[in-house]
Design a protein around this ligand. Structure first.
Ligand code: NAP
Length: 529
């Protein structure tokens, strides 16, 4: 397929504007020739009006057909073959093997949503049958289920060109639930976005979906995103990216005449606490595990362990020496964009200048390529960390701060200062853990996923995964962006009172024609009701 560079508005391509931009190749510091046309105000408006119209039809399409659409998307993505992977490699600098794994994850995510809606019980059908002779007043027949919310706006992140982008963690569940989607393509990988949009459009056409079920718009600025969020037809926003970007969109959405939810998954520094017994027993293993997690993918993961708390106790010197050795031999890696690379160096240099902060380790390897990372670990005392909230700022890249505390009491004092996080990890032995209930409680309060004796990198895609967390890790802590429950971001409950059988949705009909689990008069059953 060839890259079009035009906006995908329903089933048409459109390039009415004059503002264009090009794909940047970070490893070569060069631009690719194709032009991408930023959407105009009129084009953005058209995409939203089409989505609004499509909603009435698409939300009524049986879930079996919506599932076919999702599977068709996976087929069309796979049919893009190496062209998609190679383009992603150019635009992001991410290695081919990593991109293949990420594509597989994206296919898994979409397939899981197809399976979820085929089975059908996810709508949480809840039925309380009528009691006409109840005294003093009769009880009505009430039937509740999740229904789609309306057009969803999706902003993907730069660091996952597939799994958190055009066909990623927001688009999959939004479409599965019965909502049209409008993607604002990430300016860091427009070619990948273009190819993926073509796959979705093809899948929509071949499975007979209404025009407007999917659109994708370009912009390498914030105008289009702002207009999308402010538009009255938009009903929810899925966002993955920086705290700054997420909060800007969140505020915009709350200032609308009709405020709408913005599910923003934002930055996190993912604290790891190492307790003394564990440090004594596993100093070398810990150093190796941490170094590989901090530097994985040039640290460009929202689950990168950006801060580690240890006690200056037995095993610390061995741990510190090995950790520094591992970081020193880390190869430089191409970062996603020139902006991300520049921000990485700026923020790590600023952190280095903070009071009592010193360099524990830096990579001493070099590369001839552009936008290369330099793995860095800084060190600070627990006392200095407690006094300095700036040391909690995320440095996106292969960076971590080691906070060296006098004892576990100081560790508790330090972690009590932490804000909400996607993850928290505790390195401990089973016997030791029970001596530190206050540390366990504190880590539990601030985290969406609590890891024992492991690093936070690596997000399993399965129903029990929670990828979110208390603010500022996510704008709304009750929801996940990964796993089946992420569909709940794009639905709302509705009760149907005293509806005749013929008009009820399939999921709520008395005979239970879809054979789904329903909570009937407080009992979970597939029986008619
Ligand atoms: P980003 O700069 O916030 O960009 C995300 C998207 O939002 C882009 O399309 C961007 O537009 C748009 N955008 C940003 N600010 C905006 C504003 N004020 N108004 C309108 N649109 C706006 O984030 P990124 O660079 O892609 O990703 C890196 C960050 O994401 C890191 O902090 C990382 O930790 C975080 N992250 C979080 C998760 C998670 O699950 N929590 C996962 C991955 C990454 P442009 O394309 O025009 O720039």
């Amino acid at each position: 397929m060839s890259i079009q560079g035009k906006n995908y508005i329903g089933y048409s391509l459109s390039a009415e504007g004059e503002k264009t931009f090009q794909s940047y190749i970070p490893a070569q510091d060069q631009y690719l020739p194709e032009k991408f046309y930023s959407a105009t105000i009129a084009e953005t408006d058209r995409a939203l009006l089409l989505a609004d119209e499509a909603f009435d039809k698409y939300s009524k399409i049986p879930s079996q057909q919506r599932a076919d659409f999702l599977i068709a998307i996976t087929e069309e993505i796979m049919a893009l073959g190496d062209e998609l992977i190679n383009r992603a490699n150019l635009e992001t600098g991410l290695p081919l093997a990593r991109l293949q794994t990420e594509r597989a994850r994206t296919i898994t995510q979409l397939t899981q949503f197809a399976e979820l809606i085929r089975e059908g019980s996810w709508v949480d059908a809840t039925i309380d049958t009528a009691i006409s002779d109840r005294s003093p007043a009769p009880k009505p027949d009430l039937r509740k289920m999740h229904i789609p919310i309306g057009p969803v706006i999706v902003f993907g992140s730069s660091n996952f060109p597939f799994a958190y982008s055009v066909a990623g963690v927001d688009t999959g569940p939004a479409l599965a639930a019965g909502n049209p989607v409008i993607v604002k393509a990430h300016a860091a990988h427009p070619g990948v976005s273009d190819l993926t949009a073509q796959a979705i459009v093809k899948a929509a056409q071949r499975t007979g979906m209404p025009e407007g079920v999917f659109s994708m718009l370009y912009d390498n600025g914030f105008e289009v995103g702002t207009q999308l969020v402010k538009h009255p037809a938009s009903k929810a926003v899925g966002f993955t990216g920086s705290l700054k970007g997420g909060m800007a969109l969140y505020r915009l959405a709350q200032e609308r005449e009709e405020p709408i939810p913005v599910y923003a998954e934002m930055g996190s520094i993912n604290p790891i606490v190492v307790l003394p017994e564990y440090l004594k027993e596993h100093a070398e293993k810990l150093a190796k595990t941490l170094a590989s997690s901090v530097t994985l993918g040039a640290g460009q993961f929202c689950t990168n362990p950006g801060i580690v708390f240890v006690t200056d106790s037995e095993g610390f010197t061995e741990f510190k020496t090995k950790y520094a050795e591992e970081i020193a031999v880390t190869a430089p890696t191409t970062m996603l964009t020139a902006g991300i690379c520049k921000a990485f160096y700026k923020l790590k240099n600023e952190a280095k200048e903070e009071d009592q902060v010193s360099i524990l380790a830096q990579s001493d390897q070099t590369s001839n390529l552009h936008n290369q990372s330099q793995a860095t670990v800084l060190q600070v005392s627990g006392e200095a960390f407690i006094k300095n909230p700036k040391l909690q700022e995320e440095v996106f890249g292969p960076f971590s701060l080691l906070v060296v505390c006098r004892d576990a009491k100081e560790v508790f004092g330090a972690i009590s200062k932490l804000k909400g996080q996607l993850t928290a990890s505790l390195m401990t032995t089973e016997d030791e853990a029970s001596n530190y209930p206050d540390i366990i409680m504190q880590l539990s309060k601030i985290s969406g996923r609590f890891v024992m004796n492991g690093v936070p990198t690596g997000v399993e895609v399965c129903p029990s995964m929670h990828h979110g967390g208390p603010f500022p890790a996510a704008s709304i802590s009750q929801f996940t962006s990964v796993g089946r429950h992420s569909i709940l971001r794009f639905v709302r409950p509705q009760s149907f009172q005293d509806w005749p059988e013929t008009l009820l949705p399939q999921e709520l009909k008395r005979a239970n024609p879809l054979d789904i689990y329903r909570l009937v008069n407080n009992t979970l059953t597939k029986d008619p009701a």
